[in-house]
Design a protein around this ligand. Structure first.
Ligand SMILES: Nc1ncnc2c1ncn2[C@@H]1O[C@H](COP(=O)(O)OP(=O)(O)OP(=O)(O)O)[C@@H](O)[C@H]1O
Ligand SMILES: [Mg+2]
Length: 221
């Protein structure tokens, strides 16, 4: 479970302050598939970065399975990012000089924990329907294919939580739907999935929709 209490994120640039997350408190249970929708600049990416341990809150707490990640030191936060959350960004997070299989193996190599790295990477590529593109480099794959490989990378260390920032933003309707179905499948298998999206057609796949406006998050009825 993720418990968020009085979360605040303020960006300071010189004398200008932007309050990107404004006193948000909510709980996300294990196994939820949450869609976060809201206009550009409302705080979606900021919120996912805080949940993913990529950035730190200005105030408030994020408690994941009883542990307050806001108090983690850099080493603990790195471990959290590696092992406990998988993050998929809007712009693909693949290494251009590595092929699909090597990209999926990369987090396993950093972690050193996984045995049979190659077999696991192959299994993950199969899961996302990309087993036929193992040897392809990112610039030899379509946008949707790169996004599927990016999802396999996020799954490499089997994190219980998946965060995705507009994962279908650049894709055509059909490809976008296939990506969202893949997230749904992961959710059906027990993972907690949190997706920021502009795409209202995706909301049918959510178990819960949150609306974000000017840094405030509301439940959508
Ligand atoms: N590093 C930063 N420094 C200063 N302000 C920032 C920074 N990152 C984001 N902001 C501001 O914080 C607010 C929230 O930004 P955020 O990127 O979270 O929005 P978003 O909902 O993801 O928007 P979009 O749909 O366009 O991706 C915006 O007003 C933005 O200008
Ligand atoms: Mg964003």
């Amino acid at each position: 479970m993720i418990e968020i209490e009085h979360l605040i994120k303020v960006y300071r640039r010189g004398k200008i302050e932007v309050i990107a997350i404004r006193d948000v408190s909510l709980k996300i249970e294990d196994g939820e598939m949450v869609m976060l929708v809201g206009p550009s600049g409302s705080g979606k990416t900021t919120f996912l970065h805080l949940l993913g341990g990529i950035d730190r809150p200005t105030a408030g707490k994020i408690v994941v399975n009883g542990e307050n990640i806001s108090l983690f030191n850099d080493k603990e936060l790195t471990d959290y990012r590696r092992n406990r959350v998988g993050v998929v960004f809007q712009f693909f997070n693949l290494v251009p000089t590595l092929n699909a299989l090597e990209n999926v193996m990369l987090p396993m190599q950093f972690s050193g924990k996984v045995e049979n790295k190659k077999e696991r990477a192959k299994e993950l590529l199969k899961l996302v329907g990309m087993e036929h593109r193992e040897k392809h480099y990112p610039d030899e794959m379509s946008g949707g294919e790169q996004q599927r490989v990016a999802i396999a990378v996020a799954l490499a260390l089997d994190p219980p939580i998946i965060l995705a920032d507009e994962p279908t933003g650049e894709l055509d309707t059909e490809t976008g739907l296939s990506i969202i179905k893949l997230f749904k499948k992961l959710n059906d298998e027990g993972k907690t999935v949190i997706i920021a999206t502009h795409d209202l057609r995706l909301l049918d796949y959510a178990t819960r929709v949150l609306k974000i406006e000017d840094g405030k998050i509301y439940e959508s009825q």
